[in-house]
Ligand binder design. Structure first.
Ligand code: ADP
Ligand code: MG
Ligand code: MG
Length: 479
């Protein structure tokens, strides 16, 4: 015990006022819990940790206690999940809208242009996706001043942390089961989080719809991935519960049979699940673009298809926030009103009034390129600098960006645990609600909310990615 106490001393930083001994015990228990329950990521200080599973593991960064969150906002975020799923599906079917809305962006953004090229080829051959699978995550921040739950973005490709986020809820529940009475928190106020089960179930159902028993699910991953355990949790869940195989990588040439069947390494693929393909770096050569095109041309279920991926871009988010746009895709007025309430201010850079305002008050805006994965946005003085530069240059480069109202969530003191060390920091949180959607022609098979993710970051940091090293995983405590 003495040695352990010694470690506690070193792992704690600056806890004035709070029962330090209790916090120390909780941190220790939490670190043990993570190790025993696979709440882990690759340790970046170990070279092979992103390539070889089981080598160089460290606990995922986490918040020691769940974030307090109003129940009414939680209910709203759950309610809109299936509506957003439906919206993405409808938008994905409107090829002309996607092409037109992204036409200016296409000219200046080679990556988006690559996706749009594949998309136009599919339009030309009139390719229809009969089985459509979306594993989405809609992210929100609760704006402190207006008390509105505002959407940050909706991810339609590679929505991460379904595997680890449910573990974090379990970790918090376990800590509160033991320590809750001492600190006045009730474990039952942490909502159930079945994210990984639900995503596995939706993937499995897509295979059932595809209906070829020997076909494989192919998971397309990046060659180096420190968040691999999150992906392995989902794959393990799929393997345990459903009797089919997984091909966990694309390192072999694929081909398409005349009937559309996708073969990789000679084996038929039922579902292609992308945990890569969302960033320009995922396409280092023409070969990756050709592979993406091949998969899109095939009859395999793509999660996501090119049109689902495009429907999740920030430019489309901004287009959908324009007046009367939701009405174009959805019928139910109440549903439309619920979604619209979650929309923050979103503008194209063609809007000269807003450019003027953003140059005057850049701290009230975020400038976003068409990128995923965190770390790409522009904040504060850089917004001004970039807007002024774009104005001066007078090129079309402005089409690469959108402007968004900056959301300011409440700041609270939080215990963040990283690499075995607990820091007490002023932090803000972002709630992500997972949604799964599966349909086969006219039949909607799955359309539901699938658990949640909370990411908490130091309030002085602009970006919020966990994998990118800005945030920690968290869960919610309803109040
Ligand atoms: P990405 O697809 O790269 O995750 P996001 O739109 O989610 O892009 O932006 C990344 C992060 O930047 C978010 O997780 C959030 O922390 C912060 N962010 C994005 N938009 C806003 C906004 N409007 N107000 C405040 N913070 C934002
Ligand atoms: Mg994103
Ligand atoms: Mg994001």
């Amino acid at each position: 015990m003495e040695t352990q106490e010694g470690i506690f001393q070193k792992t704690l930083i600056d806890f004035h006022g709070i029962d330090e001994e209790l916090i120390q015990k909780m941190v220790y228990d939490a670190l043990v819990w993570c190790s025993l329950h696979g709440l882990v990521v690759g340790d970046k200080s170990v070279q092979r940790s992103g390539k070889v599973p089981g080598v160089g593991l460290v606990h995922a960064p986490f918040a020691l206690l769940p974030m307090a969150f109003p129940e009414s906002h939680w209910n709203l975020a759950c309610e809109v999940a299936p509506i957003f799923n439906e919206l993405i599906d409808r938008v994905s079917l409107d090829g002309k809208f996607l092409q037109e809305a992204l036409s200016r962006t296409k000219k200046v953004d080679a990556f988006t242009s690559g996706l749009l090229d594949i998309h136009s080829k599919m339009l030309e051959i009139n390719k229809k996706e009969e089985i459509r699978l979306g594993l989405h995550r809609s992210d929100y921040m609760l704006d402190e001043k207006t008390k509105l739950l505002l959407q940050i973005e909706l991810n339609t490709i590679s929505s991460s942390f379904a595997g680890l986020s449910c573990r974090v809820s379990e970790l918090h529940r376990s800590l509160l089961n033991y320590y809750g009475e001492h600190i006045g928190l009730d474990p039952r106020r942490i909502p159930g989080n079945a994210s990984v089960d639900k995503f596995a179930e939706a993937l499995a159902k897509a295979c059932t719809e595809y209906n070829r028993p020997r076909a494989l699910v192919m998971v397309v991953v990046q060659p180096e991935e420190r968040n691999m355990y999150d992906q392995h949790w989902l794959c393990a869940e799929l393997k345990d519960r459903y009797p089919f195989n997984l091909l966990y990588k694309i390192d072999e040439e694929g081909e398409i049979l005349p009937d559309g069947t996708l073969l990789v390494g000679g084996q038929e693929i039922s579902v292609v699940y992308f945990r890569a393909g969302y960033a320009p770096t995922d396409y280092p050569s023409e070969a990756e673009w050709r592979a993406r095109l091949l998969m899109e041309q095939s009859s395999a279920v793509k999660c996501p298809s090119i049109s689902y991926q495009l429907a999740g871009t920030k430019k489309i988010q901004q287009e959908l926030a324009k007046p009367n746009m939701l009405e174009r895709f959805l019928d139910n007025k109440e549903d439309i009103a619920k979604l619209r309430k979650c929309f923050a201010g979103l503008w194209s850079l063609e809007d000269s009034d807003i450019i003027k305002k953003a140059i005057e008050r850049p701290e009230l805006f975020v400038m976003k390129p068409q990128r995923e994965g965190g770390g790409n946005n522009i904040y504060n003085d850089d917004v001004r600098t970039n807007l002024v530069r774009l104005q001066k240059e007078g090129t079309q480069e402005d089409a690469a960006y959108i402007l968004m109202q900056r959301i300011f969530p409440a700041v609270s003191l939080t215990f963040l645990v990283r690499e075995g060390i607990c820091h007490k920091e002023h932090a803000v949180s972002e709630l992500g609600v997972y949604g799964a959607y599966l349909r086969n022609k006219e039949k909607v098979i799955v359309n539901e909310q699938c658990g949640y993710l909370v990411r908490t970051k130091v309030s002085s940091s602009n970006e919020g990615g966990v994998a990118a090293g800005f945030a920690v995983l968290d869960s919610i405590y309803l109040n």
